[in-house]
Design a protein around this ligand. Structure first.
Ligand code: IMP
Length: 194
């Protein structure tokens, strides 16, 4: 199944390609507009991205695809009232790289607060014809006290999945895939399509 991927995030694209080996992906082209994500919930944003990209591709696309896949995801920290959550990609816009963003996020943690957190991912698939569908996945865990590891991307170096001592930044990608929010959502999508 050939899908347009409604994202400019190269890390997400790589993970989704690894997680959904039966699919081939056309990447969102550099000349295409920014994809809006103005919803309050992951599901709203995933649907908004998928349908926006499908409509834009219908008018401007350069090759035929069977549908559009969008991923909306983020890190929800209990002690930060679920933040940065749907705003994960827009957290600390004054800082350019995630090493600094991760330190900023850790500095916001009240010292005695529980460090529980979860990654959440909603995937929306908008077929070229017909209604979109969504699937979700989450992984429970806790925040490390300092960033550790260089694997993965984004908040991976500060997230320790439940049952492990290493962060996603320290775990191999194949281990992250078995546990992660995106891995779970991707397997749910493959199951729904079967
Ligand atoms: P959005 O879905 O475009 O709003 O962006 C999601 C943001 O959440 C990413 O830019 C990352 O900051 C963060 N994020 C989502 N999934 C992961 C992950 O698997 N590892 C680390 N950070 C993630």
């Amino acid at each position: 199944m050939k899908l347009l991927l409604a994202s400019r995030n190269a890390h997400k694209a790589q993970e989704l390609a690894e997680l959904l080996p039966g699919f081939s992906f056309v990447l969102w082209p550099p000349e295409a507009p920014e994809i809006p994500e103005s919803g309050a919930f992951f599901q709203d944003n995933a649907l908004q991205k998928a349908t926006f990209a499908r409509d834009w591709w219908a008018a401007h696309g350069t090759e035929a695809v069977e549908g559009v896949l969008a991923d909306d995801s983020g890190l929800c920290v209990d002690a930060l009232w679920g933040g940065p959550g749907v705003l994960s990609a827009r957290f600390a816009p004054d800082l350019a790289d995630y090493a600094d963003k991760n330190r900023r996020l850790l500095s916001l943690m009240p010292p005695e607060a529980p460090r529980t957190a979860r990654f959440v991912c909603v995937l929306a698939l908008a077929p070229s014809q017909g209604q979109p569908l969504t699937v979700g996945g989450a992984v429970e865990g806790s925040l490390a006290f300092e960033p550790r590891g260089t694997q993965g991307f984004g908040y991976d170096p500060i997230f320790v999945p439940e049952g492990f001592t290493q962060t996603f930044g320290e775990l191999a990608s194949r281990v992250k895939h078995t546990l992660s929010h995106r891995g779970r959502a991707a397997r749910a999508l493959a199951e729904r399509l079967r």
